[in-house]
Design a binder for this molecule. Structure first.
Ligand code: ADP
Ligand code: MG
Length: 345
């Protein structure tokens, strides 16, 4: 056996993004219809008329969700939303989804109908049609994969790559809530495992639980951008955490950025819950993930259009690549930001 055949590289040495880069490096886009392939929130395909935007996400029991505290209806809803969020991140309107599931006989028909009730609620809320999918058996856990298809006029599609120094960095909502909701559910699960008679103490934590269990996609922001004729220079949805997703914009746009600590939006409940868990609220906001807010940049000249937007926070600025990605703390210190994000491997 040659040395090459003996070689074994652990996935953990590459991480999720390194792995995607390595596996897809040899693929060239050969078709003129492929406007954008791998590397953004969604692919952009142009067959004439309005380009088609396509994205897909896979959710696996035990990795992305825990059925001990995730109701199936919420799971169905969330599985759709995470995909619609990627379509919105391209400044596009979601139109269609396909849904594929792998299920074991652990699940009854009634349970799967609950899952589909959540999928349907998302379809209704976002005016999206379910147009297909696939159903197969699974040896144990549940797997759900959704593909979302959207459209946008070519000139309105936003990529991760358009940010330039001087642009203003904005986010559509508060951060860290989904992560703290998850910590809360995990804590109550452990309490339950130790003593199943114990009632969960979740009564007043509705905001954080909703952020984790029933997120929304920022379609309203996409509609607002159109209404006021504002075109963000770059955009991404925050699925892995503000720091990690800002890095994606910076890498794709070949720019640096700074975030002002004092401007990072954190909900009162999240702040309070972080303290209770002895966590730093800012760390939760920077690295928590799953908030599905949009992180976008706009040209300075568009500042007024952003200011009048409902629920938008100006959190920093784009700088030269050489300046790196920085956090300006409330005490006046400057730190390099590091991407932590989710590490499944
Ligand atoms: P997001 O967090 O926005 O869903 P991901 O981090 O999952 O994006 O993926 C980043 C990019 O890599 C996307 O363009 C996605 O389509 C692509 N990608 C992810 N996994 C694979 C894969 N196994 N093969 C090809 N492309 C992939
Ligand atoms: Mg995304």
């Amino acid at each position: 056996m040659s040395e090459q055949e003996n070689k074994r590289t652990e996935i953990s040495t590459l991480g999720e993004f390194g792995l995607i880069d390595q596996l897809t490096a040899g693929f060239k886009n050969r078709l003129p219809q492929t406007v954008k392939g791998v590397g953004d929130d969604a692919a952009v395909l142009d067959y004439g008329g309005e380009p088609v935007i396509v994205t897909t996400d896979l959710l696996l029991e035990g990795i992305h969700f825990d059925l001990m505290y995730q109701p199936l209806k919420h799971l169905g809803y969330k599985a759709v939303i995470v995909n619609l969020s990627d379509i919105c991140a391209m400044n596009a309107i979601p139109r269609h989804i396909t849904v594929s599931i792998a299920v074991s006989n652990r699940f009854s028909v009634e349970a799967l109908e609950e899952l589909y009730a959540g999928i349907q609620a998302a379809c209704e809320g976002y005016y999206v049609d379910l147009v297909g999918g696939d159903t197969t058996a699974s040896p144990g856990g549940l797997m759900i994969s959704v593909t979302a298809i959207g459209t946008a006029p070519k000139e309105r599609i936003t990529y991760r790559s358009g940010a330039k120094p001087g642009d203003i960095l904005c986010v559509t909502g508060d951060l860290g809530g989904a992560y703290l909701g998850l910590q809360l559910l995990e804590r109550e699960k452990q309490v339950y495992l130790v003593n199943p008679d114990m009632q969960p103490e979740l009564g007043e934590k509705t905001y954080l639980l909703k952020r984790q269990l029933k997120p929304e996609a920022c379609l309203g922001s996409v509609e607002y951008f159109k209404k006021v004729d504002l075109l963000p220079t770059a955009m991404i949805d925050i699925s892995d955490g503000l720091a990690s997703d800002l890095m994606h914009i910076c890498k794709a746009s070949n720019v640096g950025a700074f975030i002002e600590e004092a401007k990072v939006p954190i909900h009162e409940e999240a702040r309070w819950q972080a303290m209770e868990f002895n966590l730093d609220p800012l760390t939760c906001a920077l690295h928590g993930g799953e908030d599905y807010e949009l992180l976008f940049t706009v040209d300075e000249k568009d500042l007024d259009k952003v200011r009048f937007m409902d629920s938008v926070y100006i959190i920093g600025e784009i700088t030269d690549a050489a300046d790196g990605v920085k956090l300006h703390t409330s005490e006046g210190n400057i730190h390099a930001l590091e991407a932590q994000g989710w590490k499944h491997f």
